[in-house]
Design a protein around this ligand. Sequence first.
Ligand SMILES: Nc1ncnc2c1ncn2[C@@H]1O[C@H](COP(=O)(O)OP(=O)(O)OP(=O)(O)O)[C@@H](O)[C@H]1O
Ligand SMILES: [Mg+2]
Length: 184
Amino acid sequence: MRNMVKTNANNYLLEVNGLKSWYPIRKGLLRKTVGHVRAVDDVSFAIPRGKTLGLVGESGCGKTTTARTIARLLPASGGKVIFDGMDVLTARDEDLKRLRRQISIIFQDPYGSLNPRMTVGSIVGEPMLVNKVATKRDALGKVAELLERVGLSPTTSTDTLTSSLVVSASASASRGRWPFRRSS
Ligand SMILES: Nc1ncnc2c1ncn2[C@@H]1O[C@H](COP(=O)(O)OP(=O)(O)OP(=O)(O)O)[C@@H](O)[C@H]1O
Ligand SMILES: [Mg+2]
């Protein structure tokens, strides 16, 4: 993927400049790097606060690699990413923790991204605990509230949800239990 928009203005929530993300091609017993797949090669764009950017392109052009690199889920091979004033690619520990609370990826494929052995409630609640945005006690209520807002119950197992889109209506939240249990 190559350059899209060039900008020099400040005051963007996200600024990506000259981003590169190359995958090493390894060969042989010692897995020596013999070349690179230049999945993202000099990509620049900026997103003003309150705006949404859709990244569109043919399969394999580097959309996912761009997103994963911005979120520091893949190492960058070059360039700069500034999120809310933070230099993302060089951020360490505390700043990275802050970033993890603010940037997340919602994967397209529910079969690939949801663990069918976990309930929707656990999957939604776990990041709250990991990122310390809620205590176990608070998380229970917050998850229940979120799920209710989108028409789901916290006892719905992802298995049930993704395989048949049948949603269980019973509520382990009302029993005050954590983690939520599978409904089936
Ligand atoms: N782990 C990897 N190792 C080597 N090459 C990879 C790896 N992951 C992706 N690629 C290659 O990098 C390029 C960009 O892939 P990427 O998944 O970012 O594209 P995409 O735009 O998200 O595609 P799609 O629309 O199919 O989701 C492709 O050529 C792909 O084959
Ligand atoms: Mg993709």
